[in-house]
Design a binder for this molecule. Structure first.
Ligand code: ADP
Length: 334
């Protein structure tokens, strides 16, 4: 069980739902992004047309799905949710597209993982509001163009760089979500605590925010674990000691790093003399998929100054050595 994974865990979709804000005003933080969306929605309302397609880019757990749902809700239109990996054939996408209502929002999570033929079908649908439906098989097959009502695609991606440029060009703008500062996470934790009926003692939300890796999904998850702790220990409020003890049990340290983060840093420092080391070697050493190391561990380690990416590979910083209780070693980058 990886407590600080920013991916949803299997049993989580339901609980994620209960903590989702439904209007833009309830969405905490990301002020610039909210202002951009506000303007965009307002313009669409005034023009009385569905807004342009847009892309949400950023690490998992920062609120991409939530924002897409808020946008649909604010526009008063239905939303259809799918994802790149869920669409195996272009035909899967064609049938979703041809069943969309006018103005509907189509949310495609992990859009960078759409198969090629589906991607091509999507370009046309996004630009011309048309799908070509294949009728029949073999030499007698023909394609019949089907006109679609106007709709809005909201794409979400954790790896914007992997989106082919023709697809990226179909989006009216890209909204970048960034890790949340501690003060924003603190507010988010207080909001979630009140939704969940948890009483937080002084400083508890702050302590939780420091360990949530800038990620709302993790903040909410840690809050649930400290709630468990409080229930089991018959505490009527969650105080800072409960936060500390509960998270120590789940091996989350004072910087919000978990076992995998620590394993990554240790591997760089002790197995690769501080780096530089390539992503694949590093992932193999810690026994984790390179995509997980790259999209889940690294962005936070980089942001917090434990790791830097250089053209030659990953390098541990002096802060990483110190955090591991090791003597920093000289190498050609540090
Ligand atoms: P993503 O799609 O980027 O992986 P989600 O939108 O599923 O992330 O968000 C994960 C959880 O965090 C949800 O329960 C959501 O309600 C909560 N959340 C994310 N961002 C915010 C925010 N800015 N304000 C309040 N809750 C948030």
């Amino acid at each position: 069980l990886r407590m600080v994974s920013s991916q949803p865990l299997d049993n989580e979709p339901v609980s994620d739902e209960e903590l989702r804000p439904h209007v833009l005003d309830g969405f905490i933080g990301q002020p610039r992004l909210k202002a951009q969306l506000q303007l965009f929605l307002e313009a669409a309302r005034k023009r009385d047309v569905p807004p342009d397609h847009f892309l949400l880019a950023g690490p998992p757990g920062l609120g991409k799905t939530t924002l897409a749902m808020i946008v649909a809700n604010e526009l008063g239109v239905p939303i259809r949710v799918t994802s790149g990996p869920a669409i195996q054939h272009a035909g899967d996408l064609a049938s979703i597209l041809s069943s969309l209502d006018a103005g509907e929002v189509l949310f495609i999570d992990e859009i960078h993982r759409l198969p090629r033929p589906a991607e091509e079908l999507l370009y046309i649908a996004m630009e011309d509001f048309r799908v070509d439906v294949m009728v029949g098989k073999g030499p007698g097959a023909s394609s019949i163009p089907l006109t679609l009502p106007r709709f809005t695609v909201i794409g979400a991606t954790t790896r914007e760089g992997m989106l082919p440029s023709p697809l990226r060009a179909r989006f009216g703008f890209t909204a970048h979500l960034d890790f949340y500062p501690h003060e924003e996470l603190e507010k988010l934790i207080e909001r979630s605590a009140s939704v969940l009926g948890v009483t937080l003692g002084p400083g508890a939300a702050h302590q939780l925010s420091l360990r949530s890796r800038g990620t709302p999904r993790i903040a909410n998850r840690l809050l649930r674990r400290v709630r468990d702790w409080a229930i089991v220990h018959d505490l009527h409020e969650v105080d800072v000691n409960a936060v500390r003890d509960a998270l120590a049990l789940y091996q989350i340290d004072s910087e919000g790093l978990d076992r995998l983060d620590i394993a990554v840093l240790k591997a760089i420092c002790t197995n690769f003399a501080g780096g530089p080391v390539g992503l694949n070697n590093l992932s193999a050493m810690v026994g984790e998929e390179s995509e997980t190391v790259e999209t889940v561990c690294e962005p936070y380690l980089v942001r917090e100054g434990f790791l830097i990416r250089t053209p030659k590979g990953r390098v541990a910083t002096a802060k990483a050595w110190t955090h591991l209780g090791l003597e920093p070693q000289e190498n050609d980058v540090n």
